[in-house]
Design a protein around this ligand. Structure first.
Ligand code: GDP
Length: 471
């Protein structure tokens, strides 16, 4: 990777704690001048200069502007290179967490010679200085954005290097074999390729299995990180909005608005325990009572095409008629896991509910059904238990291995696997050995991009721009 980034040597500063009133606010300063910058604005109680000479030391004093107006009583942490988050000289100022106080402190640091850091610039420097690799930097974003315990666990494992170490090992295996072939082609007297096709074939099957394991973990990783993509479908008046409200009203529910990345949609993530539902376009569902009528059932179902979970709401007080049966047929043929939610049990008679369940079983004997009252909050916990069971949302276990949760990593792993599959074909069809190295090096390069060894500068910048300010 060639980084001709002169900016790298500048000293940068930002407020690293949140911009809300809090007990403490943290101004982080990183770069070669960070000590000199802070020394300009830092004084003892009696007004004497304080030199930040001791490494890993916390100093107490006052800060003010360069022109000496004092603002706050602070602690200053001195973390010289390379033992800091960025790998550079880092000084952190712990001031009081008032918004204006933090802002003034940052202004003083800027006045003293630092420049404002860009979002993610501290982490980018940690990456450029080799403190962490790219997949670990991405894990930091995921950790900050984590909305449930499993998401925290998974990103923390990645931050600790679980994915990196697998990738590094695979890469070095591939490189070693490829180097051997190159050496043998250059120097056939000392290195023999006799029977090497078989050796490569065996190794390649091993690599392929390992890659497939990582690729297959993605479904779980995506659900852990982004939530179970959920669609609520049903006839008008079945109680879709009411169910939605019952879910949203659940105690400890966390609701966040997330602008869609691919389309201009809004989705809401709702987390409780280990369940994290991602309800897409819920605004539309909530505002319109007759989504099915407006869009046609087909259209509503089309929207559920890439859902992981369909909550198919059926009015328990209505007859399981021909129309409902057709909807059931369509819904139950989708690849998403469907839970048939028979609603309004408080007002429905038992016989009708039994008929509905029988009707659903006729459509699909394995139909997963639950009887609820969205209005009275009956059966909602049972529905959650069904979701939990269907998506194996228990805690991530220690021996679960690496779980891939990033689309970027998934694509690169798939590219790597394609190269390894091509390698297998070459090895099995008796191609000359120099053919092998082409595919092997393709695989090696794709893997390198996961950990940021061979990643374009534009992509690096895009990844770090997703960070928040001060990180
Ligand atoms: P949607 O068109 O599918 O979104 O249905 P709504 O959630 O708007 O509900 C339609 C009607 O059914 C409203 O009058 C609700 O008050 C009523 N309703 C929804 N859930 C229940 C329930 O569990 N019990 C009863 N008795 N009525 C319900």
């Amino acid at each position: 990777m060639s980084f001709t980034d002169d900016k790298k040597t500048e000293t940068i500063a930002a407020i690293s704690s949140g911009m809300t009133k809090s007990g403490i606010g943290i101004i982080r300063v990183s770069g070669p001048e960070s000590r000199a910058v802070v020394e300009k604005i830092f004084r003892s109680k009696s007004g004497k200069e304080i030199k930040l000479t001791k490494p890993s030391h916390i100093y107490y004093g006052y800060i003010g502007s360069v022109s000496r107006e004092t603002y706050d009583e602070v602690l200053v942490l001195n973390m010289p290179a390379p033992h800091s988050f960025t790998g550079e000289d880092v000084v952190e100022i712990d001031c009081h967490g008032g918004i204006l106080v933090m802002r003034r402190a940052l202004e003083a640091v800027i006045e003293a010679g630092a420049r404002n850091a860009e979002p993610g610039e501290f982490t980018k420097r940690a990456f450029l200085n080799g403190r962490i690799d790219l997949s670990q930097a991405e894990a930091i974003i995921d950790l900050i954005n984590a909305e449930n315990d499993n998401a925290i666990r998974n990103s923390f494992e990645q931050l600790r290097g679980s994915l990196s170490s697998e990738i590094v090992k695979l890469r070095s295996d591939i490189l070693e074999r490829s180097a051997y072939i190159e050496a043998a082609l250059d120097d056939p007297e000392h290195y023999s390729l006799d029977g090497y096709a078989e050796v490569i074939r065996e190794a390649a099957y091993g690599w392929k299995d390992e890659l497939t394991g990582l690729i297959d973990s993605f479904d779980r990783g995506r659900i852990i990180g982004n939530g179970i993509k959920t669609a609520i479908i049903g006839k008008p008046n079945a109680g879709k909005s009411s169910l939605m409200n019952a879910i949203l009203g659940k105690e400890r529910a966390i609701v966040t608005m997330i602008p869609g990345t691919t389309r201009d949609t809004i989705s809401e993530n709702i987390s409780f325990g280990n369940i994290n539902l991602r309800l897409t376009d819920t605004a539309g569902i909530r505002e319109s009572d007759d989504v099915i009528e407006q869009m046609g059932v087909d259209k509503a179902l089309e929207n559920a095409e890439d859902a992981d979970l369909i909550l198919y709401v059926i009015d328990g007080t209505a007859e399981f008629d021909e129309e409902e049966r057709k909807i059931a047929e369509m819904v139950l043929s989708k690849k998403a896991h469907t839970i048939c939610v028979i609603n309004k049990t408080d007002a429905a008679d038992e016989k009708n509910i039994e008929d509905i369940i029988a009707g659903l079983m006729q459509v699909n004997v394995n139909a997963d059904t639950v009887v609820i009252s969205a209005k009275e909050g009956i059966g909602i916990n049972e529905m959650y238990k069904k979701i939990e069971a269907a998506f194996d949302m228990g805690e991530i276990s220690e021996n679960e291995g690496v779980i891939v949760s990033s689309v970027r990593h998934l694509e690169l792993l798939k590219n790597t696997r394609s190269s390894i599959e091509a390698l297998i074909v070459s090895a099995e069809s008796g191609m000359p050995e120099d053919f092998y190295t082409v595919d092997m090096m393709d695989a090696y390069h794709a893997l390198g991009q996961i950990i940021g060894e061979e990643t374009e500068e534009d992509l690096i910048n895009e990844i770090f721009s997703k960070f928040c300010m001060g990180k």
